[in-house]
Design a protein around this ligand. Structure first.
Ligand code: UD1
Length: 377
């Protein structure tokens, strides 16, 4: 069951709710740490839900710094400019995470927030979680409890370590709550729903009302939208070459939204992304992405968020991974996984449409309000 606004918000010891202590006479101070594209999307509804209810400080680590991976989201989704930007940039996991760890510590000391709020599973999330723990600052993890059970994914380490360091685990789904329970974290976990669903519904309605068009040069309903950025798919030349070859053979044009990692790896491997049906284009802003997916015949991706967005827009998705954290999309027939045997990619993408469903495993579009309730109680 979704936790209603009036239900007890958590059983964690919160600064505002600890028995026997005075409640804060001032507004709760919440410090959000974000750094990568999906986190800006999650920040949008949370920032709107906290407006007027809490003092909200936003810290950008600078993990993503390209205009199209960062600034455009703040603009399109009405997110206030970050209060601090560490401009950490790219690097190996140790270098990148270490630079954030060093950069966040003085920021946390400067603001001394009542809560540090971290999002998802990136290196920015892990660095902020470690700093919060070291400085004895209460830590809340949004999108807690997701598991791929694939230890090759850096995101899996990041999310497991962050959940176990957190005082409050804010879970998006029943399945995530089960994982947290299995790991002994039930007492500090709360089911709030998925905040990406909140923002998706809002932007979908706007895109439909405004008549935002799908990208130029493709026929509505007769193209695919594809993204690819995971190291397991981009870093091995043979693997990336095989994926490009299969995408190039599809029956409709494939709009490939090229993430910087993909551009860099394709160039390193001497691979041409503009092969066969593939039309490589720059990454899109969020409303343009939603419009492109809505008008497409299907999505092909290795992104976590896009699998779920495709499901919520009821567009069939094919995921180039061996597992997914969003298992509901597969169980309900809207997502199919393709991994070792890439020769089945074409037939999988071109499969018949799944049975309609009105299931809502990702909540009702009001998750961010529950997050705000939990943090300001
Ligand atoms: C990161 C997250 C992943 C998330 C993804 C969304 C981690 C471990 N991974 O992966 O969870 O799904 O963001 O996109 O935190 N680059 C640029 N410009 C930028 C950002 C990156 O050119 O603005 C290049 C860097 O040179 C680097 C590559 O992209 O080589 C990867 O960037 P990085 O932030 O390390 O990881 P992502 O693959 O984006």
């Amino acid at each position: 069951m979704w936790s209603g606004a009036s239900s007890p918000v958590c059983s964690a010891e919160t600064p505002a709710g600890r028995p026997g202590t005075t409640r804060y006479p001032r507004r709760v101070k919440i410090l959000s740490v974000v750094g990568a594209r999906p986190q800006f999307v999650k920040l949008a509804p949370v920032s709107h839900a906290l407006a007027g209810r809490a003092e909200h400080i936003v810290v950008h680590t600078g993990q993503h710094y390209d205009e199209r991976l960062s600034d455009v989201f703040f603009r399109d989704l009405d997110i206030p400019q970050p209060d601090e930007n560490l401009a950490v940039g790219s690097g190996g996991h140790g270098v990148q995470t270490g630079a954030m760890l060093a950069g966040l510590e003085p920021v946390f000391q400067k603001y001394a927030p009542d809560w540090v709020l971290v999002y998802g599973d990136t290196n920015s999330t892990l660095a902020a979680a470690i700093d919060a723990v070291k400085l004895h600052l209460p830590l809340a993890h949004l999108e807690a409890g997701l598991r791929s059970f694939n230890k090759r994914m850096p995101e899996e380490h990041n999310r497991v370590l962050t959940d176990h360091a957190s005082d409050l685990c804010l879970a998006p789904t029943e399945v995530a709550m089960r994982h947290l329970t299995d790991e002994g974290l039930a007492a500090r976990s709360l089911l709030v729903g998925d905040v990406m669903t909140d923002v998706l519904y809002r932007v979908r309605d706007r895109v439909i009302a405004d008549g935002t068009a799908a990208p130029a040069g493709v026929e509505p309903g007769a193209y695919y939208v594809a993204t690819l950025h995971r190291p397991d798919n981009t870093d091995d030349p043979a693997r990336l070459g095989a994926i490009i070859a299969e995408l190039g053979r599809l029956d409709h044009p494939v709009l490939l939204l090229v993430h910087p990692r993909l551009a860099q790896k394709a160039a390193d491997h001497g691979l041409d992304l503009a092969t066969g049906a593939i039309r490589p284009i720059d990454p899109l802003g969020y409303p343009e992405l939603i419009a492109a997916v809505l008008g497409s015949a299907g999505v092909i991706t290795d992104s976590g968020g896009l699998q779920k967005e495709a499901f919520l827009l009821r567009v069939p998705c094919t995921t180039i991974r061996s597992e997914t954290e969003w298992v509901e999309t597969v169980e309900l027939g809207w997502n199919a996984l393709v991994d070792a045997d890439l020769t089945i990619l074409g037939a999988t993408v071109q499969r018949p449409a799944p049975a309609p469903t009105d299931a809502a495993p990702y909540g009702d579009g009001h998750a961010a309000e529950r997050v705000a309730d939990a943090l300001t109680a």
